[in-house]
Design a protein around this ligand. Structure first.
Ligand code: CDP
Length: 244
């Protein structure tokens, strides 16, 4: 947290946020299923100004072999930011942050993916952040779910993700980059709407127990909005555009 621009108005007297949104309004979300010829499944997401491409490979043989599991398949996730994806060029070497985000996305996807159907194999998820603007882990997780479905990997549900947070003492949906930097709390949530199960919940900042509950509720509502867009992306690819 920590104010980057102390003069910026995060929430005006009419309840409008610094990017013109209402407190319960997500940024513009567009998801496209498929697109990468050489991947088994893929997806592209634009979430506000975030632009992220995901390729899924597998189930396939595991190398080195000793990393495989005779009882179940394994999921491997690599979240990678292009050096040009942020204002100040990012060092191309994997950062601690990218390693952490790879781990949390993997753990958020594992409850959804039926890995037990593919013993001794691996499913690889490669996430390329082309442009970052706050909330990339949620956008990447949502796109990864669509890419896994596009690859035909059996899943219990898709994981939809969205962050909520606290800005100017108010709980808001889908924290943007400015709000993340200057706001009071940021809570990324991953949720399987059909199963009503949360698979990712992180909190940066301080909330009262009441605010915490409200943040979870608001974030889950955001995930449900994302879920509809994920389903539409798959329908558009497999049943053609036109209907809902
Ligand atoms: O992206 P997400 O909100 O999931 O993760 P974060 O660690 O809270 O990063 C918030 C934002 O900081 C990112 O989305 C980027 O826009 C920005 N960032 C950056 O400008 N330079 C970096 N090396 C890493 C992140």
């Amino acid at each position: 947290m920590g104010g980057r621009d102390a003069t910026m108005v995060l929430l005006d007297e009419n309840g409008i946020r610094c990017d013109g949104r209402k407190v319960d309004e997500p940024r513009r979300i567009m998801i496209k299923a498929g697109g990468l010829k050489n991947a088994d499944g893929s997806a592209y997401i634009e979430f506000g100004d975030n632009k992220i491409l995901v390729g899924v490979f597998g189930p396939r043989d595991v190398h080195p072999k000793h990393m495989s599991n005779t009882d179940t398949g394994i999921l491997r996730v690599r979240y990678h930011m292009e050096p040009f994806s942020v204002g100040e060029r990012k060092n191309p070497a994997p950062s601690r942050r990218e390693i952490e985000i790879s781990k949390v996305i993997k753990e958020a996807l594992e409850p959804a993916v039926m890995l037990e159907k593919f013993p001794r194999t691996a499913v690889d998820v490669f996430i390329e952040v082309l442009q970052a603007d706050g909330g990339t882990r949620c956008a990447a997780l949502s796109a990864a779910s669509v890419a896994l479905a596009d690859a035909g990997i059996p899943m219990r549900d898709m994981v939809a993700a969205c962050a909520s947070g606290k800005v100017a003492d108010t709980i808001v949906l889908d924290v943007n980059n400015e709000e993340d930097q200057a706001g009071q709390a940021d809570m990324p949530i991953g949720y399987m709407p059909s199963l009503e199960k949360i698979t990712l919940l992180q909190l940066d900042g301080v909330l009262t127990p009441e605010e915490y509950k409200k943040c979870v509720d608001v974030g889950v509502q955001g995930c449900k909005i994302v879920y509809d867009i994920q389903k539409k992306a798959l329908k558009d690819k497999y049943f053609g555009k036109g209907d809902d």
